[in-house]
Structure formats: C-alpha cells, structure tokens
Design a protein around this ligand. Structure first.
Ligand code: MV4
Length: 447
C-alpha cells in the first residue's frame, strides 16, 4: 500500500481524497495555487506545496510543478481527482515514468475512452448497445446523408473530439444535412483541431443513466449500480440520484451485468463510469469516464462502499474488496450540487463566506471544503458543496433533502440552494418524470 499520496486537485474532492487517505493511514501532500493557500485540504494535509499562481494552466494543470512536488515530498502515488488532469493520458504516463503510481486506470484506457469514436467502436466490440449511426467517422456530406437516410431523421452530427455538448448539430431533414455537415466540420476543426464527425440517430427525450464500475489488476470487474443524472443545465449536472426512478430491477440487473462483462473483457482496472442515454426501455452507450465522478457519493450512500478507498487500493494492486454478489443496494440517495451562483441567473457569486452551517442528522452528508471566513475564488469551477441524503425510499430522500436544505446556511455569497428547493417542490421531479432537457425547459418557461 502507498505511504504518501499527493492530491493533485482542490476544493471538496481534494478534501474527500484526504479523508480516505487519513482513514487508511496514508500520509497526504496537498498541492495548491497561491489563491488556495488557506483551503481546507491544505490545512488538514500532512504536507503542502504551492505549485503556482491562481490560473489552473499555471497550477492544477501544471504537470512539471505537480510531478516535482511529488518528487520533493517523496509521494509514491498521485490522485488526480476529477477534472483538471484526471483524464489526461500523457499526465498518467509521465507520472508512471517517474516511478510514481497514478491512481486511476491505465493511460491506454484513458486515451481510448477520450476518443469518442474509438470509445464507441470499443463499446460495440464489448457488446454494449450504442445509438444507431455511422460505424466510424464520416468524411463527406454525401456519406453523412446516406447514413442519415438509412437510420432516419432527425440525426445528430457529432464531433469525435467534442464533449460536454460541444460539437453537436441537430439535423431534422435531408435538405439541411450538407450545410450542417460543412458547418459542423469547420467548427470542430476550429474548436478541437479535429474535424472528424460521426452520425447518430437523435433521441428526442433521453435520460442520462450511468453505471459505476470497479475493476482490479487481476481480471475482476463489477458494477456498483446506476446513477440517474438527467437533471442537468447546459451539460452541468445539478441533481443525481440512485437508483434511477425510470428502471425496474430486471433492467437494472441486465445493464449492470452487460457493463461488468464488458469491463472484464476490457481488463479495466480502477473505478470508472459508463454513460448511457436511456429512452423507451433501451440503453445507448455514449461515453466512458475513466475517473472518479463528482457524484460518486450517491453510490457510496446506497452501497456503503468507499469508492475513493477502493480506487486507491486498486491502484496499489489489491484485488477488488467485494464480489458482485457482495455489492448490496439499500434504499435511495439523492445529491444536490450547490454552486456559488445566483439561483435564477446562474451569475457567478464568488466572495467571502460570512456564516457557514452545514445540515446534519440521520442520512445527511455534506461534502464541502467551505468554512466561515473562506474566500470562494472566481477562478475555478463554481461547485462549493454537495448535499447528499440517503433514505429508505425516494420520498423519504425528498423529505430529508427539503429539511436539510432548509438548515443549510451559507452567508456572504449567493448559492443555488433556492433552485434545489424549487426542484423538490416540482411535481414532475417528485414523480421522477424528467429527461436531459427537462430542467432547461423548466427554467426557460415563462415565470
Ligand atoms: C445525444 C442526445 C440525443 N441523441 N445523442 C450531449 C453531450 C454528450 N455527452 C451527449 N449528449 C447528447 N447526445 C443522441 N443520439 C442528447 C444529448 C444530450 C445530453 C446527453 C446527456 C446529458 C445531458 C444532455 C443534454 C442535452 C443533450
């Protein structure tokens, strides 16, 4: 097992990783930018190293600074968290080349899943269902038109190097596809340096359902249930829950087993998440995330599994701590992502926290690095707290969430707590009746 882990991240996930390490008896090294010198994880870590000025490009994305900090402190592993360098295959390679363990999957798997087209082709090879569409890139508008004719309009043109909703064009008829192809190709070339496009049948109102996986270096891999992440705004998740209100036990078991088999065939080692669109009873693979996800606590609350602890153990070569049969699902969990933004306009609201009081009680978890006096910087992602509740069922979770949100005090900045209270009062949400565009329709609807 590792002796000392360098945490190459900030905010709530850096604190989360520190906590797992501390409980495992592993010493921690916090790296921070100049503006994060007073961050909670820096205060709690065994050692800390300033790696540069505030801009992420000069600090949390600064590979030489991070690797140097690991060498100076004698860290034998680096945990990348999520975002920043967590899915940078070259970073994983450089870390390993320096004789330091990268807490994540192989760089080959990171690279594979980072290429949307290669990931889609691999998914087909592994027996996972994909959206009907082109087997690979389409090189001309004529080729795209022929594929679209075959699968039927509407279709999407997607940039292979795109992601997070960027580089996607909806085409509703044959008359539009030539101009759309040329425009999307130009935009992809300009935006991603790669104009490769592929075609997919457009799903009108899908849900976003992802399967948590874990695999070791001994050929074992299991699924750890699903999370419904359909409540999103502009491709930013707002609420996540498990189990999905849209699935029954048979569907859950079927897709879970398919994904576990696929991960064993792939030889995947670490934690990861396989993302699907779900519509009318069918799953469609869209991508795989080879990192720990923001919403991992939802799975932890319904299974009791510490996914960060497991990820660290797996990186050290340990076998999975549990078999598939030993993964048990208990009750329901819902996570609210609380951001430093105005709840109506979503305008960023950095600033100093004047008063901070986190909710508590049975089934309530708050993952946050806030404290009274902490200054929320304008420089990074606006996520400041995750409120996760567990209950025997979904209704109990909603009651508990309302109560916990009502207790949550974050004075000095604006937050999206009022938005979460509004969602919890919405009948569609209460019925679990939502798709990936539901929240945007709700927010865009006349007051
Ligand atoms: C789709 C789709 C409907 N049909 N593909 C958007 C970002 C990228 N991860 C995939 N996305 C979508 N792909 C087909 N064939 C709808 C979306 C989509 C979406 C997907 C997941 C979560 C949120 C979303 C929000 C808008 C659109």
């Amino acid at each position: 097992m590792f002796d000392k882990v360098l945490i190459a991240n900030r905010g709530e996930i850096a604190l989360r990783i520190h906590r797992a390490c501390r409980e495992m008896g592993i010493r921690t090294v916090a790296v921070h930018s100049e503006i994060d010198a007073n961050a909670m994880h820096v205060r709690l870590a065994d050692e800390s190293v300033c790696i540069g000025p505030a801009p992420a490009s000069q600090s949390y994305l600064n590979i030489p600074a991070i690797v140097s900090a690991a060498e100076i402190t004698g860290a034998d592993a680096i945990h990348p968290g999520y975002g920043f360098l967590s899915e940078n295959a070259r970073f994983a390679e450089i870390v390993e080349e320096h004789g330091i363990a990268f807490i994540g999957p192989s760089s080959a798997h990171i690279r594979l899943m980072g290429d949307k087209l290669a990931a889609r082709a691999k998914a087909v090879e592994l027996g996972l269902p994909v959206v009907p569409g082109s087997p690979g890139a389409v090189n001309t508008a004529e080729e795209a038109s022929a594929i679209a004719q075959g699968i039927g309009y509407p279709v999407l043109l997607k940039a292979a190097a795109g992601g997070g909703g960027r580089g996607i064009t909806l085409v509703r008829s044959a008359a539009e596809i030539t101009d759309a192809f040329r425009r999307t190709q130009r935009e992809a070339e300009a935006g991603f340096g790669d104009g490769s496009l592929y075609v997919e049948k457009f799903l009108e109102r899908p849900r976003h359902i992802e399967i948590q996986v874990a695999g070791d270096k001994h050929g074992n891999a299991v699924h750890v249930g699903e999370r419904d992440c359909s409540v999103q705004r502009r491709h930013q998740k707002v609420v996540e829950e498990s189990p999905s209100p849209a699935l029954n036990e048979a569907q859950r078991a079927e897709i879970g087993e398919k994904v576990a088999v696929a991960m064993r065939k792939l030889g995947y080692s670490s934690v990861g998440t396989v993302e699907f669109l779900y519509e009318d009873g069918a799953f469609y693979f869209i991508e795989m995330n080879t990192r720990l996800q923001v919403e991992h606590p939802v799975t932890e609350m319904v299974t009791g599994i510490d996914l960060v602890r497991e990820q660290i153990r797996l990186a050290a070569g340990a076998p999975l701590s549990f078999t598939q049969d030993e993964v048990r699902f208990n009750g329901h969990a819902i996570e609210c992502r609380i951001t430093a933004e105005n709840a109506r306009t979503f305008a960023p609201s950095p600033g100093t926290i004047l008063t901070y009081h986190a909710p508590g009680g049975l089934g309530v978890r708050v993952d946050s690095a806030l404290y009274a006096g902490y200054r929320v910087p304008p420089t990074y992602d606006s996520l400041i707290a995750k409120l996760i509740v567990h209950g025997r069922n979904r209704n109990e979770c909603m009651m508990r969430l309302r109560r916990a949100l009502g207790e949550f005090v974050i004075d000095g900045i604006e937050t999206t707590i009022p938005l979460h209270l509004e969602l919890l009062a919405n009948q569609d949400f209460a019925n679990g009746d939502y798709d990936v565009k539901w929240l945007e329709r709700l927010l865009d609807a006349p007051a």
